[in-house]
Design a protein around this ligand. Sequence first.
Ligand code: MLC
Ligand code: AMP
Length: 511
Amino acid sequence: MNHNLFALFQSRFPSDRSKPFIETAGGRTYTYAEAEQASGRFAGLLGKLGVQPGDRLAVQVEKSPEAVFLHLASLRLGAVYLPLNTAYRAAEMKHFLSDAEPKVLVCRPEDEAERGALAHDRGVARVLSLDGEGHGSLVEDSAGLDADYPTAETGPDEIAALLYTSGTTGKPKGAMLSHHNLSSNLLTLHRAWGWNSADVLLHALPLFHTHGLFVALGCVLLNGTSMLFLPKFDVGQTLRLLPRATVFMGVPTHYVRLLAHSGLNRDACRTMRLFVSGSAPLLEETFRAFTQRTGHTILERCGMTETCMNMSNPLDGERIAGTVGPPLPGIEARITGTEGKALAVGDTGMLEVRGPNVFKGYWRQAEKTAAEFRDDGFFITGDLARIDERGYVSIVGRAGDMIISGGYNVYPKEVEAVIDALEGVAESAVVGLAHSDFGEAVVAVVRRQEESGGPSEGEIIAAVKRDLANYKVPKRVFFTGELPRNSMGKVQKNVLRESFAKTFSTPPEIQ
Ligand code: MLC
Ligand code: AMP
């Protein structure tokens, strides 16, 4: 049996390939036949350029149907798909390209000169371009090629994707997800969420992270039905298209923004069957307000880059606010205390998971991988959680300092390193503070070498913006005479969070 994920998807495509797969916001429809043919041509081109099974294919492009076909092409080839957030700056890209050593990079045409130079310096054999409208050398160079590319014979443990995720220390590490990790998880989700032949997904998520690339897109491909495809989340467009959709998947910020619009009501949701939320904690007030306004109960689930989805509230049965539901079928979860000892029901500790969805390890980081697994195969997630007597999991915090802003993870160390390198800065501490739109927002507390000199708030923000993706840029910078430390000399971030919470939530003009 071929374990290639594309082979599984293809086996679920409608027998009539002229059926719609993607309908764009502009009203253009792409059929399953087009997806099959375009992905075949892209695979043919990449194969001609020397991409072999196991080679990495780095992709930093705008969302488009062609970007979906490129992902499918990578699977067909047996290559390792490495999707990169379009917000990543050159300094961040250097690390990904050096670490992953991709054979080919596909980027936006406007980035070709700069990213191309970075890529060539790091031994990338070829750079191709693709824009949000489906134009670029990827499409042009593959135009005359045979669409019938034979799907690679792939074993279950071969790597389908390399997704970078940061750690509490050091640089982002690549999580290796195998064809079986993804297929097992997507089949489980497809069943658990009751997908049926009438389903239409409204896809508004980016295509470079687990949520949009695997969970949302994967369920549609397994269902062989169509999706309404937004280039990015937009409240107006979402409300316009909801009456033609049955399933929506979003991060909590999407739900907060929808609720802020008067157009969200029962009528707008009349065709909807399921609203799913994940990637960040959904506030109970958002959960309740959504039910009140629309009559729909959001289904909250929880996952990670390393594991795809682990827990989900039930499709049938009680969806409980503030919980992410029980582990999905075939996945085990437990809570442990110090030295990995299992804790009792209701106790808070480290969430550990085990199952066919759990990744194959961090790319070229055997030691880091070993440190995150127990001897019996459980993966230590880094989330603090508890499990109640019904088996529902509640995420109550994180072991590290990680901030989740609008569904994107930000690791304070990475931002602190940029700020600390600025002239006139003695040290900094970056924390997440409650934010009504993004859930948490990045805020920096800085001690300058001289209290009255050194970079201003604006200069610090500009410096971070130059080096890091926009969602990592502090929304505010506060200055302090000294950072609070515990007896071990460690900065007490909880103290900073408490002291700056009020100042941050008060608009600057009335402080
Ligand atoms: C954008 N901005 C953000 C931000 N997104 N700031 C903080 N946090 C964010 N998440 C800032 C930009 O820097 C910019 O600021 C301004 O907002 C406008 O930028 P934009 O690109 O126009 O923003 P917008 O389109 O409104 O984006 C908001 C968003 C987006 C919520 C739609 O962040 C998003 O798509 N989030 C989804 C993330 C996601 O898919 N996560 C899944 C990870 S997988 P300025 O100052 O430059 O103007 C995972 C596993 C799992 O976690 O369980 O699913
Ligand atoms: P990432 O590394 O981007 O895959 O983020 C994974 C992390 O997002 C998890 O470890 C959780 O901390 C968090 N997360 C995902 N879904 C939820 C959720 N529904 N509630 C709370 N946290 C979540």
